[in-house]
Design a protein. Structure first.
Length: 314
């Protein structure tokens, strides 16, 4: 079934990977006045936080030479080259007027899909590179090659290469008759519940991970596991792989203690605003919304109680 891309996904940029090994092409692109730079500071993205938020992209002339030396090539869109840059000191470049560094997890849903995807892509690469400054094989310093997409050990005789890391995680909406299974962690805002999720372990298929996580966290046996969709989730480096499943019974428990609570919720519960749902930008919300639409013929995002829950991030 064809679905619109989730936030942080979709054809928001042409990655132009054929240029990554072409040092002359990258150097020329870095000097073009038309090139734009996604600047990050402390894992936060630069945004214009207005009533209609926008990504704040920086021009070449506003950046010092030392910042350009660490730029990561992201790709091209409409003949414009895009790069990601991490800064340690906000005073080193002239930031666009009215812009501020914000947490993308909270603000991504307020941006357009192309802008949200571009900022998420940049955040994921910057996060990965900052945590691979040394070789995992011998401990020597790494250097960036291939326009920032590979970290290579500088020690002669080692030269081990590290590539961007993605952590696969399953996320699943389990249903039984006309109810959906949602759980909550103690650290979440009061009243918030979400779908069941967890990381895929070595030697485990995605379907096996769904069944294991559901059993471990809720005591429920999941059956009829079916793929729904996926979403990049760079907080810090996950790929959320969404599923739907059925429950063999409605009996619940929280055997591993990871969840504070797990409950079954009806269409009427969701319509009434109980529980507090995850943000609409998340695949968790979209899984719930798809189930709700099939069962009620209504869009979850249009329900008054759900609209009341959604607040602009601070």
């Amino acid at each position: 079934m064809s679905r619109a891309p989730h936030i942080f996904a979709g054809p928001y940029i042409h990655r132009s990977s054929e240029h990554r090994k072409d040092a002359a092409w990258i150097a020329a692109a870095l000097e073009r006045p038309s090139s734009r730079f996604v600047v990050l500071w402390q894992d936060q993205n630069l945004i214009h936080p207005t009533h209609e938020p926008q990504a704040a992209l920086v021009e070449r002339a506003c950046l010092p030479k030392e910042a350009l030396d660490q730029a990561i090539f992201l790709g091209q869109r409409e003949n414009t080259a895009f790069f990601a840059i991490e800064i340690k000191d906000r005073s080193v470049c002239a930031l666009p007027s009215g812009s501020a560094f914000k947490e993308l997890r909270a603000w991504g849903g307020s941006l357009t899909h192309p802008e949200a995807g571009l900022l998420a892509y940049a955040r994921a690469l910057v996060y990965w590179r900052a945590r691979h400054r040394h070789c995992g094989q011998c401990g020597a310093p790494n250097m960036a090659i291939d326009a920032g997409h590979v970290m290579r050990c500088t020690r002669e005789g080692c030269a081990t290469q590290a590539f961007p890391r993605i952590d696969p995680a399953i996320i699943v909406l389990v249903t039984h008759e006309e109810q959906a299974l949602l759980g909550r962690q103690a650290s979440w805002p009061q009243g918030r519940y979400s779908t069941i999720a967890g990381f895929v372990e070595p030697g485990e298929s995605l379907e096996d991970a769904v069944r294991r996580e559901v059993k471990e966290e809720t005591g429920v046996d999941a059956t009829h596991v079916r793929y729904h969709s996926s979403q990049p989730w760079p907080f810090p480096s996950s790929l959320m792989i969404g599923f739907e499943a059925k429950a063999s019974s409605s009996l619940l428990a929280c055997p591993d203690g990871e969840l504070e609570d797990a409950r079954w919720f009806s269409y009427a519960d969701i319509q009434a605003g109980t529980p507090l749902l995850p943000p609409p930008a998340s695949i968790s919300f979209q899984l719930i919304a798809a189930w709700y639409a099939r069962g009620t013929g209504r869009r979850l995002i249009d329900e008054p109680a759900i609209i009341h829950q959604q607040k602009r991030p601070a």
